[in-house]
Design a protein around this ligand. Structure first.
Ligand SMILES: [Zn+2]
Length: 237
């Protein structure tokens, strides 16, 4: 059994952690985490522990997050974040993966395996693997990496962050990287047995309306982003 602890950084209302148009970092982090957990549940012998508040309402203190991972004796900890530079739109961008400077060899090996997959999934610049002294990396007793999947104050990266497909691809990339490292096998779903345990999850997508012009749709999207910080994307129908 491989015990994997995961967290979406911050909480929905954490001060400052939002794009210039009000989209919340936690919202991006959460989508990647959910996709990662869903993918990991397709593998055998995996146990998952989510360290942040799944509703996003509470920004779990970092100490509580690492204490829980340590008490649970996780084998590995993955922290999902997205990056910001100035908080105003700019042309910077890219994906980076952070590892504690004196982390175990396993942490660096995991970063080397997972980081390129995340870069590819997001289709963004590669800022490389970096050493950082961060609480979640330092205070966790197990191999740990923190993924910054792109900048939410970047004019280029925000396009990828507003794409649910990209965020899902990022989560899947991390899950498959973990599966490769720990040599996990895919579950086989036998006929008649499908859906009898809790591996099957149903997801629900919110649809808000149909508009006559793209401009009207964009205007409504902008209003919702500003008001709720949601990730909104427009689809041709
Ligand atoms: Zn963050």
């Amino acid at each position: 059994m491989v015990k994997i602890a995961l967290d979406a950084g911050h909480g929905f209302n954490t001060a400052g952690k939002r794009s210039p148009t009000g989209e919340r970092e936690w919202f991006f982090n959460n989508q990647v985490l959910l996709a990662c957990m869903a993918r990991l549940n397709e593998y055998e012998n995996v146990s998952l522990l989510r360290l942040d508040d799944a509703s996003g309402k509470i920004d779990q203190p970092l100490e509580e997050r690492t204490n829980r991972a340590n008490q649970w004796k996780a084998d590995v900890l993955i922290s999902f974040h997205h990056n910001a530079n100035t908080g105003q739109w700019g042309n910077w961008g890219g994906v980076e993966t952070l590892v504690y400077p004196t982390a175990s060899k396993t942490s660096f090996q995991l970063a080397e395996l997972i980081h390129p997959k995340v870069v590819q999934a997001m289709g963004l610049r590669d800022r490389g693997i970096k050493k950082r002294n961060l609480h979640v990396l330092r205070e966790s007793n197990m191999p740990a990496i923190l993924i910054e999947g792109g900048f939410y104050d970047s004019l280029t990266d925000i396009q990828a962050l507003r794409s649910s497909d990209r965020l899902i691809a990022q989560g899947v990339a991390v899950a498959d990287g973990l599966a490769a490292y720990y040599k996990l096998k895919k579950k086989t779903v036998e006929a008649g047995n499908a859906g009898t345990d809790n591996q099957t999850t149903t997801e629900y997508r919110l649809v808000t309306g149909t508009f006559k012009t793209k401009q009207a749709a964009e205007k409504a999207a902008e209003q919702l982003r500003n008001r709720y910080g949601w990730t909104i994307y427009i689809k041709d129908v």
